[in-house]
Write a protein that binds this ligand. Sequence first.
Ligand SMILES: NC(=O)c1ccc[n+]([C@@H]2O[C@H](COP(=O)([O-])OP(=O)(O)OC[C@H]3O[C@@H](n4cnc5c(N)ncnc54)[C@H](O)[C@@H]3O)[C@@H](O)[C@H]2O)c1
Length: 303
Amino acid sequence: MTEKARIGVLGAGLMGHGIAQVFALAGHEVSIYDPVAASLNQVRTRIAANLRDLGDDESAAERVHPRTDLAQAVRDVDFVVEAAPENLELKRKLFRETEQYVRPDTILASNTSVIPITAIMQDLRDRSRALGTHWWNPPFLVPLVEVIGTQWTSPAAIDLTMRLHAAAGKKPAHVKKDVPGFIGNRLQHALWREAVALVEQDICDAETVDTVIKAAFGRRLAVLGPLENADLVGTDLTLAIHQTVLPAIDSRPAPSPYLERLVAEGKLGFKSGEGFRKWSPEQQAALRAKVVEHLKKARANDA
Ligand SMILES: NC(=O)c1ccc[n+]([C@@H]2O[C@H](COP(=O)([O-])OP(=O)(O)OC[C@H]3O[C@@H](n4cnc5c(N)ncnc54)[C@H](O)[C@@H]3O)[C@@H](O)[C@H]2O)c1
């Protein structure tokens, strides 16, 4: 299955089309289902344009087959990945229906950002083949896919999913417990909580927080994880630092009132022109372009 599989993708939006692209480029046949014609009709053109832009084989788009019918999209596929809107009831219903059409050995995966996989898959007759695969945007530029098992998921389903994604050029990471935020978003938002607290406590402004991260440990993060770093400097030094710093770090188990106030005041970030900082349309476009360029260079370096 890891060499030439049949993949069913549910949802042809931002994530679904990118996930379909990765599997098609890896040589798999991909059927993609979306009930909204506008999303489905443009999926091949969108994928072909991405492939062209990245210098990848454009003919891979021909292995992506848009389907208006769910049963037709998932019948006889080896692996289903769902990238439909982030709504528990919608996802539960979609998997209940999907289970009626797939083979008994088809693996069923959800790309939910934060909804527990256990809640999404609770109604399935066979929950041992159900799991989470949490991709990062854009799926064809960010390597990580978190593979999340529930209490019911079989080790064989996890193993196959890890191998399928590794063979498609992704970096799968096994999340052994179905916890909120999985691994990546827990780590990311632990950092964001302290970033907000630093501004809230007037220790620095928002731009300074970002500068400190980007110009200091952010430089190393792509090649040196925190636990590698702790070993590098010594666990004894890490312990000493934690004894001093941890009591001072924000540990409130709820969103910061500062963040709540920004939202209440309509300071929603790019979409309203101001969040933690003010953003002109030109500044927004420049930052988006900078991120994509950075990710493209990183992908080229990986190759
Ligand atoms: N955007 C991100 O950065 C990101 C990252 C990781 C995970 N996710 C998760 O991936 C999922 C999809 O997010 P997105 O950003 O691609 O959203 P999106 O709105 O771009 O795409 C969702 C697609 O699902 C389609 N859809 C609607 N009802 C459907 C149904 N019943 N069955 C199948 N498809 C249906 C919509 O027409 C749309 O094309 C969400 O669960 C989201 O939380 C998003």
